[in-house]
Design a protein around this ligand. Sequence first.
Ligand code: 5GP
Length: 236
Amino acid sequence: MEKKEQLYEGKAKKVYATEDPNLVIVSYKDDATAFDGAKKGTIVGKGVINNQMTNRLMAKMEKAGIPTHFVEELSERDTLVKKVSIVPLEVIIRNISAGHFASRYGVEEGIVFSEPTIEFSYKNDDLHDPLMNAYHAVALKLATWEEIELIKKYAFAVNDTLKAFWSECGVTLVDFKLEFGRTDDGLVLCDEISPDSCRLWDMETDKKLDKDRFRRDLGDVLGGYRDVLARLQSSI
Ligand code: 5GP
């Protein structure tokens, strides 16, 4: 399948049309942004790692019964996926306090929750992705109640599968962001599952192995990404 015209360029990926109107090609870039685009950088090799990691994990999700947009890895950076109409919500699951949860509620990072939490934010760059509850999403017709219930079910199922898998790799799954899209066959998990979208800590040392290395200038960003990919490849 060949790339045709570029349909979209986001912060970390480009999307191209294909000859099939139901399929698009996602191409992962090395660009990194943080703090609502205020911090920008390039992490050479990141796109290759995120592409491979996302695809392995999407395949795992399919096996666990969660439908995804994944079709086929085409090259180091390019993957064929189903074309979706995106639900404009960022769906965040947290197992441990960190990031905006810690700053928003004035608590330290590292509090282990007895149950995972879920939150939504409105995917809207101009408004800086504001936090939103399900009633607001339905009021604004961003999703139906049926879709919200399915998103919750899938997101917690992703958490169960992902948490168990990363734990086998000696990695703690702190939190992550998911996105969902509509196809003619129903709602599917889309976007990526990578160290750009998850907080992953080494289980022994709590060393951060994800994008917080970039956000917080902790150094050796790619080293963290490579470490998690290597652990994933040796466990699959
Ligand atoms: P927080 O709300 O603490 O900033 O982020 C919670 C989790 O969601 C983190 O794992 C973070 O990487 C992910 N996340 C939140 N917003 C975004 C986003 O706009 N893009 C990506 N790739 N991940 C995000």
